[in-house]
Design a protein. Sequence first.
Length: 220
Amino acid sequence: MTQDEMKRKAAEAALEYVIADEIVGVGTGSTVNHFIDVLAEIKHKIKGAVSSSEASTERMQGYGIKVYDLNDVNGIEVYIDGADESDHYLNLIKGGGGALTREKIIAGASKKFICIADESKLVDVMGEFPLPVEVIPMARSFIARELVKIGGRPVWREGFVTDNGCDILDVHDLKIMEPVKLENQLNSLPGIVTVGIFANRPADVLILGTQEGAKTVLSK
Ligand code: 5RP
């Protein structure tokens, strides 16, 4: 099975978490694109979706799935999204697609967070994947210097602007041994909009697409 086929398996398995007549939270990325494709097949069973990016909104609207503004809904039962890395406690690195801020907001507003990924995303220690950090453009160099102080090697994702009009720094060379601590530490720096560590609000369930099919992983 290819990596993309494993993503598809995880996306298909996530359908069982979708609740009839409810609004589902939908993330961003290639794995989520598979999820949107299968969600379209049962769109008549759900009320609609809240979306974490312009790209996912466009894809869902293309299928005729109603997309709600988060301000117009009373919380979300289930949020389905991908990840760039997950550790065994279901702490995540997200933001490879640059949608981390809206993703973190929807994850926070949702009762249950189901993460879907192929098996390569499960790691013992996060940090091999460069940590995305969304910053206010005027703070970019200041934040980059602060990230160097903690041992990171920030690289500006040049030419990329987030849906919120901000910049992204991808931080290489980190070994994230204490994800909650690092998330909180970075959150305290003025100019950072969102840190791509999802540890204060980790996933509740990880569905991994593997060579043997979809496997459900719960936190250690
Ligand atoms: C976007 C994300 C994605 O969930 C993450 O990058 C995984 O993407 P893919 O499913 O394409 O591997 O966080 O901001």
